[in-house]
Design a protein around this ligand. Structure first.
Ligand code: GSH
Length: 208
C-alpha cells in the first residue's frame, strides 16, 4: 500500500501530517476521528490502541506520532532527515522530551483554556497549569534556543516538527508563552514553514 496517514488534523495526527507535508509526499489521508472511527475493527487492525495517528507505508504499519515522524524523516530525507548520528540521537532525545516533559501539561492546559471535555473555559487557570506543570521544561527549551534557529544541527529538521508539533497544543489553546521569548520566535519560524501552513490549512478546512 502507498503511504497512508490516519487521523483528523485536530489531534496528534497533526504532527505526522505536518511531517509528510514538509517532505512534499504524495500520501493518502484518512481523517480517522479519535472517538469514532478509531474504535472500529478495521482501524483497530492497524492500531490496536484505538488512537490516532497511525501510518501504513508498504508493509510497515506504525503507531505513535514520534515514531512515524522519525521514520518519515529517515526514509524520505530533506528537509527533515538528520544525517549525523549524534544529531539524530539529539532529535530522538528532543522527541521523547516533548512527549514526556510537555505534552501532558499542554493537553490539560488546552482543555481548560478552551473548555473541552467537560472543563469550564478558564484561560487564567490554563496558564497557571502551564507554568506549574511545564514551566521548568519550557525554560530548558528557551535556554537551548538561545542563539540557535533550530533545535538540532543548525537546520530545520524532524526534531523541530516533533517538538513544535507538541507545542501546537499551546497554540491551539492560545496559552501565554510570552515569558519564553526564544521559544515563541522559534515557533514562529516553525509555523512559517510551508508544511506547517499546509497542515494548518487542512485543519481549518476540516473544521469548515
Ligand atoms: N502517544 C500517542 C498518543 C495518541 C493519542 O492518544 N491520540 C489521541 C488523539 S489526540 C487519541 O487517539 N485518543 C483516543 C483515545 O485515547 O481513545 C501518539 O503520540 O501517537
Amino acid at each position: 500500500m502507498a503511504l497512508t496517514l490516519y487521523g483528523i488534523p485536530f489531534s496528534r495526527a497533526f504532527r505526522s501530517l505536518w511531517a509528510a507535508n514538509e517532505l512534499g509526499l504524495d500520501y493518502a489521508h484518512v481523517p480517522t476521528h479519535f472517538m469514532k472511527e478509531s474504535k472500529q475493527p478495521d482501524y483497530l487492525a492497524i492500531n490496536p490502541n484505538g488512537r490516532v495517528p497511525a501510518m501504513v507505508d508498504g508493509d510497515l504499519v506504525l503507531f505513535e506520532s514520534m515514531a512515524i515522524n522519525l521514520y518519515l524523516a529517515r526514509t524520505y530525507g530533506a528537509p527533515l532527515r538528520v544525517d549525523d548520528p549524534a544529531d539524530e540521537a539529539r532529535a530522538v532525545q528532543w522527541s521523547f522530551w516533548g512527549i514526556t516533559e510537555l505534552e501532558g501539561t499542554l493537553l490539560k492546559a488546552m482543555f481548560t483554556a478552551l473548555g473541552l471535555f467537560g472543563e469550564e473555559a478558564d484561560p487564567a487557570r490554563a496558564n497557571e497549569t502551564l507554568n506549574k506543570g511545564a514551566g521548568r521544561a519550557l525554560g530548558v527549551l528557551d535556554r537551548h534556543l538561545e542563539g540557535r534557529d533550530w533545535l538540532v544541527g543548525g537546520d530545520f529538521s524532524v526534531a523541530d516538527v516533533n517538538v513544535a508539533g507538541v507545542l501546537n497544543l499551546a497554540l491551539s489553546g492560545r496559552l501565554d508563552l510570552s515569558q519564553w521569548g526564544n521559544v515563541k520566535e522559534w515557533l514562529d519560524r516553525c509555523y512559517g514553514r510551508p508544511g506547517a501552513k499546509k497542515t494548518l490549512e487542512m485543519a481549518r478546512a476540516a473544521r469548515g
